[in-house]
Structure formats: structure tokens, C-alpha cells
Design a protein around this ligand. Structure first.
Ligand code: ADP
Ligand code: MG
Length: 253
């Protein structure tokens, strides 16, 4: 099966004044379509950096990233923006809704870049995804008239409205209370199962990892382990050996 995301020997370094910070250190990873994948690791381990590279928000210092088998590492900023508008939905820890826009307008916003969609097409999508996330009655509410959980639902609908191949979610439950966080996760899982959308989310919460069916553990910018849920729903974890990982990794695909 071809991968929806393939990462080959990726390094990412940030310059901070005189210093260089290595945020990702030789990452190789293939992600199959339709998975519900958790990237887990402590704060500062490189989760956000990895999601930003997959989401074409940022570029690797070296190595290659393929989205649907298209190498995106050397594309221009404009080409990447187009790719994002068609293939990738984002959900952020702090929701990142535009405060002056209503729920419906927030969901419509990324669609405005899509010249192939008419105003009627956009409205139809907005209404459809508002219903999917259970906010049909809140279309005209602004973010400050919504609870945290409802705001994250708007963000999920906004991510889905582009009908992306991949939804990336950076600690999507971190700013929600436990019960609301689990509710949001279950909603994401339902969408994953019903629409087949690939979800890749970062977290350091074990409760969140419990809902995943694939796991990538990162530490200090490196992958430490891969996990896959077997038929009995138990985790099968393989440690990533630094030098001979490819056979193991292939086993997990
Ligand atoms: P996580 O999301 O797991 O907390 P990050 O990907 O945000 O980790 O960060 C990984 C490392 O890269 C950390 O050491 C962090 O300080 C550093 N880092 C992240 N973004 C930048 C940046 N824009 N400039 C400099 N260093 C950064
Ligand atoms: Mg982070």
C-alpha cells in the first residue's frame, strides 16, 4: 500500500542567535492512509516541528518529505500553500479561530482560497461539517460565544471542510478539561472511521494515546519506538534501533 506521508532521513535545525538547535534528528517514517496516529513524547521532543514539516508549514533542513508520494521538500511557498489548501487540515492546541468571524465563517475561511468552489459549494460544505461536529445551531456564534470544546469542534469542522487527505492536530486536547478532551477525541475517531480521513496528532497524555491505532514515540528529536494495535487491540511496540531500523519499520506498515 502506498503511504499518505513518507519521511526520509529528515533533519531539522533551528538557529537561535549563535546556537543551532537540532529539533529533529534523522527521522524516517511511513504513514499509511486511514490511520489514527499519535505522536507522543515529552515537551520539547520535536512533536510540533514534525507536524509542521508534515503539514508543509515548514521545511526540513535536509531529507525528503512525500505527501501522497509527491516530494514536497523543494516546492515553492506558493505550491505548498496550494497543496495545504487541498490536502491538509490543521487543528491546533489553542483552536486558532478568527475572533471576528462566526463559527460558519471560520469554517469557510480556508475554502476561500479554492477558486474551484462556488459560494453555494462553500455554504453546503460549511453546513455539512457544522452538522458533523454537532454545531448546527451555533453557526452564527463567534468564538467567544462558544465553550472550549465547541471551539475545538469548529476547528475540526474547519480542518475537514477542505476534505483533506490528512488532518494534523497538535495537542488538540491540551486546553480542554478531561471529559471534553475525550469527547473531542471520540469525535475525531468517528470521523476517521466514517470518512477514512488520516489523523496524525501529537500528545503527551496517555488517555489520548489509548484512542490511537498507531503510535510514534519521539524523544530528543529521534523516533524511539513505533506502535501498532493488533487484532486483539493490544499494543505491539517495536523499539527503533538507531542503525538497523528499516526492517522493523516495514513490519509495522
Ligand atoms: P514539542 O512540540 O515536542 O514540545 P518542538 O517541536 O516545539 O517540541 O521543539 C523541539 C525543539 O526545537 C525544542 O528544543 C525547541 O526549543 C526547539 N524549537 C522549536 N521551534 C523553534 C524555533 N522556531 N526556533 C528555535 N528553536 C525551536
Ligand atoms: Mg509542541
Amino acid at each position: 500500500m502506498s503511504s499518505v506521508v513518507r519521511i526520509e532521513r529528515v533533519f531539522k535545525e533551528y538557529r537561535l542567535g549563535e546556537q543551532t538547535v537540532r529539533a529533529l534528528n534523522d527521522i524516517t517514517l511511513a504513514i499509511e492512509p486511514g490511520v489514527f496516529l499519535a505522536i507522543s513524547g515529552p515537551s520539547g521532543s520535536g512533536k510540533t516541528t514534525l507536524l509542521n514539516l508534515i503539514g508543509c508549514i515548514d521545511r526540513p533542513s535536509s531529507g525528503d518529505i512525500y505527501i501522497n508520494e509527491q516530494n514536497v521538500s523543494h516546492k515553492s511557498a506558493n505550491e505548498l500553500a496550494d497543496l495545504r489548501a487541498r490536502s491538509i487540515g490543521f487543528i491546533f492546541q489553542t483552536f486558532n479561530l478568527l475572533p471576528v468571524l462566526s463559527a460558519a465563517e471560520n469554517i469557510e475561511y480556508p475554502l476561500l482560497r479554492r477558486k474551484d468552489l462556488s459560494a453555494a459549494d462553500r455554504k453546503q460544505r460549511v453546513d455539512y461539517f457544522l452538522e458533523i461536529v454537532g454545531l448546527g445551531k451555533y453557526a452564527n456564534n463567534r468564538p467567544n460565544q462558544l465553550s472550549g470544546g465547541q471551539r475545538q469542534r469548529v476547528a475540526i469542522a474547519r480542518a475537514l471542510a477542505v476534505k483533506p487527505a490528512i488532518v494534523l492536530a497538535d495537542e488538540p486536547t491540551a486546553n480542554l478539561d478531561k471529559a471534553t478532551g475525550i469527547e473531542i477525541l471520540k469525535l475525531m475517531k468517528k470521523i476517521n472511521e466514517h470518512l477514512g480521513t488520516t489523523f496524525i496528532f501529537s500528545t503527551h497524555d496517555h488517555k489520548v494515546i489509548d484512542h490511537a491505532n498507531r503510535l510514534v514515540k519521539v524523544e530528543d528529536g529521534s523516533i524511539k519506538a513505533f506502535g501498532i494495535r493488533n487484532a486483539k487491540s493490544n499494543w505491539q511496540i517495536a523499539r527503533a534501533a538507531p542503525r538497523a531500523p528499516s526492517a522493523l519499520r516495514k513490519n509495522l506498515q
